[in-house]
Design a protein around this ligand. Sequence first.
Ligand code: MET
Ligand SMILES: [Zn+2]
Ligand SMILES: [Zn+2]
Length: 408
Amino acid sequence: MNPQEEHPTVSIFREFLQIRTDHPTPDYESSTKFLVKKAEEYGIQYEVYRETGLPIVIMKIEGEDQTLKSVLLNSHVDVVPAVTESWKVNPFAATKDEKGDIYARGTQDMKCVCIQFLEVAHRIAKSGKKLKRNLYLTFVPDEEIGGTGKGMEIFVYTEKFKQLNVGLCLDEGLASPTEDFTVFYGERAPWWVHITAVGNAGHGSRFIEGTAVEKLMRTVNKMLAFRQEQSEKLHKCDHECGKKLGDVTSLNLTVLKAGIPQDHSNNYSYNVVPTQAEAGFDIRIPPTVNLEEFLQQLKDWTAEEGLSFKFASYIDKNEMTKLDSDNKWWENFKASAKALDINLVTEIFPAATDSRFIRNLGIPAFGFSPINNTPILLHDHNEFLNEKVFIRGIDIFMGIIPNLVNME
Ligand code: MET
Ligand SMILES: [Zn+2]
Ligand SMILES: [Zn+2]
């Protein structure tokens, strides 16, 4: 290839990045059309499954033995919104600079892995050699809004998913800023909690008792004190303790609402004590924490009269994939990494992925994005990935995935 020319898979990646699958109105029809076209071009079996309400593209490369458990490569095609004004380039243009850094929403999370999986399937299909087990690829919607409703949470309970007979799932991980690569074997449970307080109204000049805001603030302060404790656990431990973000419970106050709006011009009735106040928290709980006990903790925090809470995201089970010598998939994965001469570091994923629904079925899942020497920029402004890192990622996957599919 002429060094001036772009690697064809990089061009495909950039084209995919330009498809507007950003929330709140992801264009799944265009991403589906794109993937279907590629499957047809590459001669890969596919179907578009729509029973859950949104398109899920399923691709299959048949193995020699249909009775063996399959390997599933799962990726989500949706991306989070981008605040265009805060980017140095258009976040949906997939601009490449002179260093080969490609800037776009989804370069790391996780359109890179979508296309890398697709390219792996392409190369396996092109080789014409049959591998031992079935290999499936699923391209799913709505991961970024929780996977609930029309996403993975529902799909894993369908007959279609059962038919895939999955033995191992690979899904997204995170970029690594060092030479090492990170593999995730579990993740923190994402709980989004919306607290509502109701209380007494009155004139803003008086000492009204039992106001909604006071009640809410007492709860918020208890929760922020807990946040401080957890932050200290992470930041004040000596270097020996090796605690990572995925090992503590994080909690952020991300929604706060009260006050009586006066009109549509950002004015409020400052002299009216509001009867309702609301707070929303994003809480991430490590798999080692007992979720029943944590729920009780939340109930204690919100026990005061006039307070109630609802979950906007909730999960009551949070399984991990065991990385012991009984896990043959992991032994196989590690051996491939050794042959590739890459160093793996294992961690708990600090955020959430669709893997949690897979692990909760008792199916092992590894979160792995083959991206090293790159800052972690998922959901951030100016998210980018270097084209060389992207291309090397395909070779890394080629050194790992066929071995898993061929496992005895
Ligand atoms: C709770 S849904 C997960 C959405 C997203 N992947 C996150 O971790 O924030
Ligand atoms: Zn993601
Ligand atoms: Zn994300």
